[in-house]
Unconditional design. Structure first.
Length: 457
């Protein structure tokens, strides 16, 4: 065990190395990407709910030799027992004022005015194949793996959490020979054609505490990436993966005094949203995604808070989307609802919002019956009324309670957040939080839990 002087010196070394590596990744990403859409990379500011931003490694600014020299302190720190922490960028360093030419801002990427060249577009339904489609789709520009959940300790203490991985392509695949990463006959292990971003958030309900961490890494040097068989997506030491037969999944993440290690069983069938998984977002060319969900996954494992570990169990929801298109020119954002009801049914609905504040006709969702049968829901099938608002310390005004009705299902429920402040002050600022559901279906009382995401406010 190190003494206090050793810990202090190690902390200072990590800060210096992290700041250097952050500058390397920011410079290299700017050089790699030719897009005119800019987003702040590696920035966050204090908020009521704690936030964290990390940048993991990058490409050398001038030469492989310079990169190797820059990486030497990190290697020494790794050997000294600090693992990958020396490669991370925390939110107290130099990269806070830097920008990079890369669409790590999810909303900016989806609001792009022109479609990127060289990427495959989502234009029609396709056949899904698992486990292949759990993995990455590099011919498309962007995709994400979204998992949210509600957990309880044996004493009934409740928690919510989100772990999300985003993949953003810097360039299309199948590069020309001059762009293969081979320079002067030597391949570059630093070179990458895509970047990963991840968010980890925990809602500590009884303590009224919400913490957020954000990380970035290149798909290089084993820092981040995804593969299909067996499925695994990871960024640094955060990961989501499945066994070879797909029957047992595992989730691992830790930051901001909280850690999760969960074993997960998919309980419900893989549900294809939209038209057999083809989810159109507007009438614009390519403005669609391939979209499936696993609405019910049972989980058990441990949650560690400030060094104390608890057994937990609960129910999770997985959402998967990929594509290359953007929102329509008149679209501002979306409100996404994922309900798990106590009769065994589940409901997903996304309400796309126009800049005028009206709901877009391409809003849609899916109802999953208790026996696993899916029913597509069109915009006109679902009524959502906002009954309260909450204003963020950063000035955004969000809906904060909803009445959701689906007349064709005889469903009428109220959705209320378990904490008011579940805003993620990350590179894309948005609200996503654990909520409770109460109401009626077919005249009978019904309850449940939900996650709600609010983007573009």
């Amino acid at each position: 065990m190190r003494g206090s002087g050793g810990r202090k010196r190690g902390s200072e070394l990590r800060k210096r190395v992290s700041a250097l590596l952050a500058m390397i990744v920011l410079a290299s990403l700017a050089a790699c990407n030719g897009s005119s859409d800019t987003a702040r990379l590696g920035t966050s500011s204090p908020q009521n709910a704690a936030s964290d931003t990390s940048v993991t490694s990058g490409e050398p600014p001038a030469s492989e030799a310079a990169a190797d020299r820059a990486a030497q302190p990190a290697r020494a720190e790794h050997a000294d027992g600090a693992s990958r922490s020396a490669r991370r960028r925390r939110s107290d360093g130099a990269a806070q004022s830097s920008t990079a030419e890369v669409d790590t801002n999810r909303l900016a990427a989806l609001r792009a005015s022109t479609l990127p060249g060289g990427f495959e577009l989502v234009t029609a339904p396709r056949a899904f194949e698992f486990p292949r489609d759990h993995g990455p789709h590099p011919t498309f520009r962007h995709e994400w793996w979204y998992i949210t959940g509600h957990l309880d300790t044996p004493s009934g203490e409740p928690f919510g959490f989100e772990l999300t991985f985003f993949r953003f392509a810097l360039k299309p695949p199948n590069p020309a020979p001059a762009e293969t990463g081979v320079e002067d006959g030597m391949p570059s292990a630093w070179r990458a054609r895509q970047i990963y971003m991840a968010h980890f958030a925990v809602s500590d309900i009884d303590r009224k505490n919400f913490v957020v961490a954000e990380r970035f890494a290149r798909d290089a040097l084993g820092l981040a990436g995804a593969h299909a068989e067996p499925f695994r997506v990871s960024l640094d030491d955060w990961s989501l993966g499945a066994s070879a037969d797909g029957k047992l999944w595992r989730l691992v993440a830790a930051d901001k005094g909280y850690a999760l290690d969960l074993e997960i069983n998919p309980d419900s069938p893989f549900t294809l949203n939209g038209d057999a998984g083809f989810s159109r977002k507007s009438d614009a060319e390519g403005a669609a995604s391939y979209y499936y969900s696993i609405p019910r996954m049972s989980a058990k494992g441990t949650l560690t808070r400030d060094g104390r570990t608890f057994d937990v169990q609960g129910t999770l929801w997985l959402d998967r989307e990929w594509g290359s298109g953007a929102l329509g020119a008149d679209q501002q954002g979306w409100d996404w609802f994922a309900l798990q009801l106590d009769d065994g049914s589940a409901l997903m609905f996304y309400a796309l919002r126009k800049r005028s504040g009206q709901r877009d006709a391409h809003s849609a969702g899916t109802w999953l019956s208790p026996d696993g049968k899916a029913l597509a829901l069109a915009n006109d099938d679902v009524q959502v009324d906002v009954t309260a608002h909450w204003t963020s310390p950063h000035g955004s005004r969000y809906p904060a309670r909803w009445q959701l009705r689906v007349p064709k299902l005889d469903l009428d429920v109220n959705i209320q957040p378990r904490l008011a402040n579940q805003e993620l002050n990350t590179s894309t600022r948005y609200w996503e939080g654990a909520s409770l559901v109460k109401g009626t279906r077919a005249g009978q009382q019904i309850e449940g839990k939900a996650y709600v995401e609010l983007v573009g406010y």
